[in-house]
Write a protein that binds this ligand. Structure first.
Ligand SMILES: NC(=O)c1ccc[n+]([C@@H]2O[C@H](COP(=O)([O-])OP(=O)(O)OC[C@H]3O[C@@H](n4cnc5c(N)ncnc54)[C@H](OP(=O)(O)O)[C@@H]3O)[C@@H](O)[C@H]2O)c1
Length: 166
């Protein structure tokens, strides 16, 4: 019999992340989804309750490094072995926003949270038999990364800022 696997999905409450979560709990796996909207999280948890697998919703603003670090600690404590990490969290903004910690929002959410999760879950991932990290982004796009202005301080364009973090 197939053993239950554990997956963590940042931005797992909506869009592609939620679709992956549904696929995983429907086949019997356990999923930890992270997002900011408790209604979306509770809705998914209700769906999972009727499925062979399970789901934990963790409410957190991953644009804050402090919050991301807290969640990583909680997830690792609850799940010493993790089979897969799926990185989907993003938020499109037409205007530049700086977080309370001083980072441009896309840079903090799309880039920093993904780096922190990838390294923060490394030990737990290495305990799984065949671990995988899937970074869901837009890597094929031809928008160049502005290495001199990674936080769009000089010129902000929402699409460009998001694609620059891919
Ligand atoms: N959709 C497309 O056509 C497409 C095409 C190519 C690539 N992609 C890539 O696929 C990935 C997922 O896209 P999507 O369309 O599925 O996105 P989406 O539907 O907009 O979902 C984004 C997810 O991020 C979460 N999120 C937003 N702000 C957050 C925050 N501050 N802290 C924690 N979670 C936060 C949202 O949860 P809450 O609402 O609960 O906060 C939601 O679960 C992105 O990286 C995107 O670039 C998408």
């Amino acid at each position: 019999m197939r053993s239950t696997k554990t997956f963590v999905i940042t931005g797992g409450t909506d869009g592609i992340g939620a679709a992956v979560a549904r696929a995983l709990f429907s086949r019997g796996d356990h999923v930890v989804v992270i997002g900011t909207d408790p209604e979306k999280g509770d809705r998914l948890a209700r769906e999972a309750a009727a499925a062979p697998g399970g789901l934990d919703f963790v409410r957190a603003d991953l644009s804050l490094v402090s919050s991301t670090r807290r969640v990583i600690g909680e997830v690792v404590e609850a799940h010493p072995a993790i089979d897969g990490l799926v990185l989907c969290a993003r938020y499109f903004r037409t205007h530049r926003r700086v977080t309370a910690e001083g980072f441009e929002d896309n840079f903090a959410l799309f880039y920093l949270s993904r780096v922190l999760f990838s390294y923060g879950l490394l030990d737990a991932l290495e305990k799984a038999e065949r671990p995988a990290v899937v970074n869901v982004a837009g890597p094929g796009h031809d928008t160049p990364i502005d290495w001199d202005d990674l936080q769009s301080a000089e010129r902000y364009d929402g699409v460009r800022a998001m694609l620059g973090c891919r």
